[in-house]
Write a protein that binds this ligand. Structure first.
Ligand code: PRX
Length: 613
């Protein structure tokens, strides 16, 4: 199946010898070996050959009504100029270029220029702090960074270049920073900076594509795990592109001529697969959304749908929940008759109320809603309805059915595959698929330990799931200490790490809790050092600032509870399970507390929580 799809849907420089050579238990995943291709040729040149003036990108800029359209011919030219520039400035095949930019055509051209010359890209979400950025640049060992002078989001200017300046100070590997102009304001240029727009104009519009092996690295994308530093997941060329293209076409029923509106930022896997690679591989027209759902008002998405004639809209549950609260009138003001399919996921479950509203109000009850389950690791959608298929049923709040070639299994606590149709358990995938991540950059051992060893022979997703008697899947949430705040994935350990570095803090425990809009909010239990007489307000603000500065704004704790001590087992392990129950007000199911070192700690925390909320 995959070999036939790869032959039909990709343009090869040299065709592959074998479809796959995989052994999940050893973390060996290789697809289409012997094959050579160039991803940028697949996303650009082959469409330029047939329809050069077709619009590839619609850049929906922050300022409503100022969209910019870029044709396939223009995007190929930009990509080639940029590819030539990178080459001339010493970027070589196998290097990794870090891209710190908002969603815009230059960012897409940067990704594709890397692909053109055989460099890997590492896009870092432009909401990450200087410290988080520098950590990712260092881990990826990038010598080149591409950024913009300033970003613009929700009517506000964001000083992205300044963040890069701060980040690269602690990155000795960085030799050059290309700066594109998003606003008029000139950036203060340092010795390593290069004016991107000017330099590009000096380059040729033809750039020889590198012939890449199927399993060469296409990109790294950092994501959070339950412990340790964010990990750079590695995706490779052919398998990733094929999987992104196929899922884009079949899950969303994408047809030639449609305008595809995935509003996720390119800094996340959703932006990679469904704003860039999937749609472009399919020769589609894709929207790059730079703004926010509420700028200049809560009608922004639907005004954009009307103005651009969007046919498939793919958004995050957190935004849908937020917009639902503003009322139907913001939706109904605009003509949404072009919409055919509505998608959700982008990292979190959608509750039934939001699902129903999306379906009934946004889609006027006529557009199927696809709740898509997947991860940075999976490269593309793995479980989702496919409404175009005859008789396909959709149940609100369920991710429904596996995609072609995906074999989900549910494991019980002992690690046995649950054979009955109706079951719950740890969600694993039994056979490899082309879009899956191949390894963690510089840490294959961690890849094995996280994904391959928990259930030998299976890929472990870290999520729990329920399978109904009809065989439909519903995701029940993470089984580890990863949380999803407004669809942004973060490990609670990363937040604890920052909180614990505050001079007045002795220790802390961070958990996720249900939040009306964000899906999950961040709740921090903090023990201050003895003798510290901190005003609670001051400490809370200080901790929030620290987390924003060190990680990103969205990771800042929504709630901080100062406690005398944390509930721990006798061996000193913090019992986060108990803390979660307290915050979710499930006091009757706190479970067995007999292993606690000091059970009175729990009563104090319950009392403190009541006073706080
Ligand atoms: O817990 C699952 C949740 O988001 C995680 C993956 O996050 P990330 O790597 O940032 O990928 C985002 C791209 C979707 C998963 O482990 N998740 C993803 N999709 C769903 C979901 N939870 C519930 N329902 C979904 N449809």
């Amino acid at each position: 199946f995959w070999a036939a799809a790869a032959r039909r849907r990709l343009r090869w420089i040299r065709t592959f010898d074998t479809a796959q050579d995989c052994d999940l238990s050893r973390g060996k995943i290789r697809w289409f070996e012997g094959g050579r291709l160039n991803v940028s040729v697949n996303c650009l040149d082959r469409h330029v050959d047939t329809c050069p003036e077709k619009v590839a990108l619609i850049w929906e800029r922050d300022e409503p009504g100022s969209e910019v359209k870029v044709t396939y011919r223009e995007l190929l030219e930009m990509t080639c100029r940029l590819g030539n520039l990178l080459r001339r400035r010493g970027v070589k095949r196998g290097d990794c270029v870090t891209i710190y930019m908002p969603s815009c055509p230059m960012a897409v051209a940067s990704m594709l220029a890397c692909a053109r010359i055989g460099a890997a890209h590492n896009v870092v979400f432009a909401g990450f702090s200087a410290e988080a950025l520098s950590e990712r640049i260092r881990d990826a060992q990038s010598s080149t960074v591409i950024t913009v002078n300033q970003g613009v989001r929700g009517g506000k200017v964001v000083e992205l270049k300044k963040t890069v300046d701060e980040a690269v100070r602690s990155c000795s590997s960085v030799q050059q920073v290309f700066v594109a102009m998003r606003t008029e304001k000139p950036a203060e240029m340092t010795a390593v900076d290069v004016a991107l727009d000017e330099e590009m104009l000096k380059e040729e519009v033809v750039c020889e594509p590198a012939a890449m092996d199927s399993e060469d690295v296409l990109f790294l994308l950092y994501t959070s795990g339950s412990t340790g530093k964010p990990k750079g997941l590695v995706h490779t060329q052919a398998g990733y592109l094929l999987y992104a293209a196929l899922t884009h076409r079949y899950v969303f029923s994408y047809q030639d001529g449609d305008v595809f509106g995935c509003v996720a930022d390119i800094g996340w896997i959703t932006g990679h697969s469904y704003a860039v690679y999937g749609p472009l591989a399919n020769g589609g027209t894709t929207v790059l959304f730079e703004s926010t759902p509420v700028y200049p008002n809560p009608g922004r998405y639907w005004e954009t749908v009307q103005r651009l004639g969007i046919n498939q809209f793919y958004g995050a549950p957190t935004a849908i929940r937020l917009l639902l609260k503003y009322g139907d009138q913001w939706v109904q003001k605009y003509d949404r008759s072009t919409l055919k399919t509505l998608g959700t996921a982008v990292g979190e479950p959608i509750n039934t109320e939001a699902w129903e509203w999306y379906h009934r109000v946004v889609g006027d009850g006529r557009c199927p809603v696809v709740d898509t389950w997947w991860q940075t690791e999976t490269g593309g959608i793995c479980i989702s309805p496919r409404p175009a298929e005859p008789g396909a049923e959709i149940i609100p709040g369920m991710a429904m059915r596996p995609f072609f070639g995906i074999q989900p299994v549910l494991m019980d606590a002992e690690g046995n595959v649950q054979n009955s149709t109706e079951a719950s358990g740890a969600l694993c995938i039994a056979q490899p698929w082309p879009g899956m991540a191949r390894t963690i950059h510089n840490d294959h051992q961690r890849f094995l330990e996280t994904y391959c060893h928990p259930y030998p022979g299976y890929f472990f997703t870290g999520d729990g799931a329920y399978r109904s008697k009809d065989g439909y899947y519903q995701i029940t949430g993470r089984l580890d200490d990863v949380i999803n705040v407004s669809g942004h994935r973060i490990g609670t350990a990363e937040i604890e790490d920052v909180v614990n570095q505050c001079p007045v803090v002795a220790e802390s425990a961070v958990i996720g809790y249900s939040h009306d809009i964000k899906g999950q909010g961040v709740y921090a239990f903090v023990v201050l050092k003895q003798g510290v007489d901190a005003q609670k307000g001051d400490v809370s603000q200080q901790l929030k600032d620290m987390v924003s500065k060190r990680i990103a704004k969205y990771a800042g704790p929504d709630c901080i509870q100062l406690v005398k001590r944390l509930p721990k087992t006798r061996s000193g392990k913090i019992m986060r399970r108990v803390l979660r129950k307290i915050v979710e007000r499930e006091l009757e199911s706190l479970g067995d507390l007999s292993t606690l070192d000091d059970p009175t700690a729990v009563q104090e925390i319950i009392q403190g929580h009541k006073e706080l909320c």
